[in-house]
Design a protein. Structure first.
Length: 281
């Protein structure tokens, strides 16, 4: 497995595979890799001949006071995991390689970036879009795989790629969960033992909402109330948002739900903010 640190090295990696008629699959990450990331890499391996991952804790998607400084970093461990998942190369750029002095351009997808995480983390998706578009250009990948746990991020990236005619296939991969149902996340390691136990309320809340949906409930408020009650049962949980939104454009359904929706939530446990979601279709 190659470890690449410059844009030129990545361009040469992709060019050599393309010259041999091979497809390049790409998985962007911020490191602290877990089984969820490895599943994305394996998916990329099923859809392409050469798999490239990036590990870059992107400063522009963190707001003031967020966890950029303490975000978990484990480069040696990550490289071993990426290798075990079949990656052919990992791009580990220094910040100045991604944002050279004078870098000023920001990519924004305003409507889709507005609600949910965008409301509590202003500017977050501008940072995500800017770095992801750069990575797609740098890697010249044919397919890029993203996790569906970051549901809004995936929706925003799909729209950006569509609107800007980026020649890449975007693939969403289902959420990978621990055996007890907690969605895998690099931030789970921040949780204390009590918080970790109570964090299962997210999974329970989604399952309860899915059950009432399966029984015919089509009122967004009622679905939210069902889920909210389960989260509120945890003394340590503080809901950032818990909302039913249209699965494609993330607008709030007006009246009885007629199409697919996503029930998305962000919940704080102490200093740790966890995301989870379920598509109801
Ligand atoms: O989902 C993430 O880990 C990040 O937002 C991404 C897509 C790697 C961009 O920094």
């Amino acid at each position: 497995m190659d470890v690449l640190t410059t844009r030129d090295q990545v361009a040469a990696f992709s060019a050599s595979h393309h010259a041999a008629g091979r497809r390049v699959g790409f998985v962007p990450t911020m490191g602290a890799l877990h089984a969820g990331h490895l599943a994305l890499m394996e998916e990329a391996g099923r859809r392409a001949d050469a798999v490239l991952a990036s590990i870059f804790v992107n400063p522009t998607q963190f707001g003031p006071g967020e966890d950029f400084e303490r975000y978990p970093r484990d480069t040696e461990g990550d490289l071993a995991k990426a290798r075990s998942a079949g990656c052919h190369a990992v791009f580990l750029p220094p910040v100045a390689e991604m944002y050279p002095p004078g870098a000023d351009t920001v990519v924004r997808v305003p409507a889709l970036s507005g609600p949910l995480c965008g409301a509590s983390r202003p500017g977050h998706f501008d940072g995500v879009c800017t770095v992801v578009l750069k990575l797609l250009h740098i890697t010249r990948c044919d397919v890029a795989v993203f996790g569906e746990k970051d549901y809004q991020q995936l929706a925003v990236i799909r729209r950006m790629v569509r609107d800007l005619d980026v020649p890449v296939e975007i693939v969403g991969h289902p959420i990978v969960r621990e055996a007890d149902g907690l969605a895998m996340s690099s931030r789970n390691q921040y949780l204390g033992a009590d918080e970790r136990r109570e964090a299962l309320c997210l999974h329970r809340a989604l399952a309860a909402a899915e059950a009432v949906w399966a029984a015919g409930e089509r009122d967004a408020d009622a679905l939210e109330q069902t889920a909210r009650a389960l989260v509120a049962a945890s003394a340590r949980a503080r809901i950032d948002y818990l909302e039913v939104r249209d699965a494609l454009d993330l607008t709030r359904p007006a009246g009885p739900i007629t199409g697919p929706v996503v029930l998305a939530m962000a919940v704080w446990f102490g200093q740790t903010r966890l995301l989870d979601n379920r598509v109801l279709a």
